[in-house]
Design a binder for this molecule. Sequence first.
Ligand code: EPZ
Length: 415
Amino acid sequence: VKKLIIKGGQLLEGEVHISGSKNSALPIICASLLCQEFVKLFNCPDIEDVNRLLDILRELHVDIKREADYIEINSHSLKNIAINSANVSKLRASYYLMGVYLALFNHVQINMPGGCDLGSRPIDLHLKAFRLLNGKCEVNYDQVLIDSKKLKGNKIFFEIPSVGATINAMLASVFIEGKTIIENAAKEPEIIDVANFLNKMGANITGAGSCIIEINGVKRLKGTEYYVMSDRIEAGTYALMAAGRGKEVDIVNFNHKYNNGFIAKLIESNVKFKILDNKIKILSSKDILPLNLKTGYYPGFPTDLQQIYLALLTQAKGISKVQDSIYKSRFKNCYELNKMGARIIVDENVATIYGPHHLNGAEVTATDLRGGASLVLAGLMAEGTTTILNPEHIFRGYSGILEKIRKINGNITIA
Ligand code: EPZ
């Protein structure tokens, strides 16, 4: 069993090059099956979640060629078979295959998707969308079965602006003649990226990034090539590491127009930085100020960054509060941070962080992807050696994390 070993204290300096977005690459890889021809994808992150998804596609007889961040997909021999690979239950994003299979075959049989344990993660909104498009959905045990005589356009209103359900509704409706409207759609930048990719293959989607998305069905899609957007959560993660232990670090491929919520909080907590064209330069930040941080749907503060920001707030001069209104139990990392000397009290979906508290290296366990990243940040700030167990959670979403941290003078090894 592997573990990460971090020797804290080093001052971080240099450049981190942010990779492609996990939460954009995963749906785009699934969407590429819709054209059943060659698709060339650039800037796809070399992470475990992508590897798992490609394994699932290989089991569905898709031809895959992969060199680091370049992926070539040819789905001309995609099979309309049950999607029951063991990887499905490990990867939440495998649920995008529901929309794709419905669009292609009017039928899908798939195991229930898995993913990080952040509390219950229902797919009721996905199924609601498929029903409204004239799909008959059945869920028995851990299998989802959806059939349709013929998908029909409709107006779909989401009570919650769900990222996954919004993308799945787009995928399912690309070939439906007439109009399909999604209302109260999620507005995340990754949704714009997926819509841009679908339109490049010949789809007709307007409004992505706003709360109303319109899909006009087309007959077929053609192969294309596409460059995936950079990962705004990976970028925020390294920016927070630099804020916690930086001398001066450039985060390259940082797209500030997609990070306004995050930048507003950096300012509020007195993190020193400069924004240049495609990068943010984080400067040494001595006096981090406490924050009241509340996550929200885009363009609110991203839930994926609250766990990492929370680790930084253990060093803020005063009492901070972090509330996650999207995932009620996304605070498992707090108990691990307390083992390192932090003082965090979790009550329901609000954490109170008393700072500044000196952190000492300790043996801690990664509970999920972003919680694991928060422990890496804490290890870099702590005095002494921190050992992180279950680092595979971190490798799901951070490509080349060892090299990237070493390149900015961080002391991290894997054993
Ligand atoms: C995506 O998950 C991301 N994953 C998550 O990132 C991210 O935290 C989340 O969006 C929110 O931004 C991928 O893109 C692969 P949601 P998703 O549907 O689509 C509830 C990471 O760290 N909901 O927007 O599953 C749900 O319980 C991962 O990279 C329903 O109630 O998120 C949650 O409270 C973690 N019914 C809220 O909506 C549904 O049918 C937002 O979930 C679907 C969701």
